[in-house]
Design a protein around this ligand. Structure first.
Ligand code: FES
Length: 100
């Protein structure tokens, strides 16, 4: 879900940015974080807990908790809630810890 209209705030959706999530082409808009783009597309599961193996998603959404760690362009343990999207980037789930 993406907010389309607001009585006070303006949301610019200028440049669409395409990237890959788990091998599928998805999109967001320039200036958004990976998490914001995925969340707007209804994708809320980004990995699993190291011990419980239960689904993980956003928790703090400000880069403090590590709940949203994913592999981005081959780099594990990337906090997607504070990482902006780029054209052609590859985003993958981690199971359960990152590896090189
Ligand atoms: S959701 Fe907490 S660091 Fe990303």
């Amino acid at each position: 879900m993406r907010i389309q209209q607001h009585p006070i705030l303006k949301f610019k959706k200028e440049n669409r940015v395409n990237f890959l999530f788990e091998g599928k082409e998805v999109y967001g808009y320039e200036g958004e974080t990976i998490a914001a783009s995925l969340h707007a597309l209804g994708i809320w599961e980004y990995g699993e807990g190291a011990h419980s193996h239960t689904p993980r998603g956003l928790f703090c959404a400000i880069g403090h908790c590590s709940s949203c760690l994913m592999k981005v362009d081959g780099v594990p343990n990337t906090r997607i809630c504070v990482t902006k999207i780029k054209e052609g980037m590859i985003v993958e789930k981690q199971h359960p810890r990152g590896s090189l």
